[in-house]
Design a protein. Structure first.
Length: 347
């Protein structure tokens, strides 16, 4: 463990929730031309729906330049942007999905989100009872009304469009993992060192199929790429799913303590903000974790977030040992998703 790994990183990606509350420049308004350009692009699609079109089929002459700036901020800036200015009431749900897909194709390549071919997910309560699922797989938890612990998704860029929100709760929580790393460097470098070591993980069959779920793999929580770029892929649920499987060692006490401290610091440094209909939240999954509070649907509304996973052409190079998770660790590669190396776009 080199001293550099246990030192603060700093930079724009090391923000805290308190800093973002004072400086709301991370919330960006779509340009004035966006509504007109979106409507024109939508009209030009005919009956095509995702994944049967990409950015070339959804031209945005002025808005594309703005989205290029957003992409730069996501990779080389804070790693977090929330877009405003889209009115979901103007569109049917199928058209809203086409608008979201068209916009996001200007930022990267959409990826399959599970092995059944889900490409544009609706994250909403699927329990039928409004129950909060507090255990089991990550998918089961996310498709209930329960809270979600700190985690990343398996993509460079996670994008969420709030189509509608529940009548109570469902507050979005985001934290900079660079800031968490830096806080641990100052407070408990011994536990920070543990997070730079391997933790065994396993992903569930309802996300990646029986074959992938049966193959636990080791990967550190925090890591640095060949050029020193920070990355963190983490879900405590996946660490817990690996426990008890053949050849997977039990968690050591210091690993549990390190995960507990990570969660506590994330709670302390995060930003919490309600998700308003029409807002699009974009998060670089190498430098942010996200979660949510529990929510309740009712007669006044139901929560529905549209989700697209993207591989970014601006992405950083990753450590060679991350190939099991990502498929390709080269900078700008088509990587991540439930089927690494496969695009969600139609051939």
């Amino acid at each position: 463990m080199t001293p550099e790994l246990l030192s603060p990183i700093g930079g724009r990606a090391a923000w805290t929730g308190a800093e973002l509350a004072r400086d709301p420049s991370w919330i960006m308004q779509l340009p004035a031309a966006a509504a007109r350009e979106i409507d024109s692009a939508l009209a030009g699609l005919g009956d095509r729906a995702p994944p049967r079109f990409d950015a070339r089929d959804f031209p945005l002459p002025e808005t594309a330049g703005f989205l290029a700036q957003v992409a730069e901020e996501l990779e080389h800036g804070r790693g977090l942007v929330r877009l405003t200015g889209l009115d979901p009431a103007r569109y049917s749900l199928p058209d809203l999905k086409r608008v979201f897909w068209g916009l996001m194709c200007h930022l990267g390549t959409p990826l399959p989100q599970n092995t059944t071919g889900e490409i544009l997910a609706e994250v909403k309560d699927e329990t039928g009872t409004g129950a909060a699922v507090a255990s089991g797989t990550a998918r089961a938890r996310s498709r209930s009304t329960g809270p979600l612990r700190w985690h990343t998704d398996k993509c460079d860029l996670l994008t969420l469009l709030c189509a509608s929100n529940g009548i109570e709760g469902g507050v979005s929580r985001i934290v900079s993992t660079v800031a968490v790393q830096d806080a641990m460097a100052a407070r408990r470098p011994d536990l920070l060192a543990v997070l730079y070591q391997d933790f065994w993980r396993a992903r569930s069959a309802d996300e990646e199929g029986e074959g992938m779920a049966a193959r636990p793999f080791p990967m550190p929580v925090f890591a640095r790429g060949p050029k020193g770029d920070f990355t963190s892929q983490y879900s405590r649920t996946y660490v817990e799913l690996a426990q008890g499987q053949p050849s997977v060692p039990p968690l050591r006490p210091e690993q549990v303590e390190a995960m507990d401290l990570l969660a506590a610091i994330a709670d302390e440094l995060c930003i919490e903000m309600p998700f308003e209909p029409g807002q699009i939240q974009l998060m670089n999954q190498h430098v942010t974790y996200h979660g949510r509070t529990a929510y309740a649907d009712g007669a006044g509304g139901k929560r529905n977030l549209l989700r697209i996973w993207l591989a970014s052409p601006l992405s950083r190079a990753l450590p060679a040992g991350h190939a099991d998770q990502w498929g390709d660790v080269r900078a700008g590669a088509l990587r991540g998703g439930a089927m690494p190396g496969k695009s969600a776009l139609a051939a």
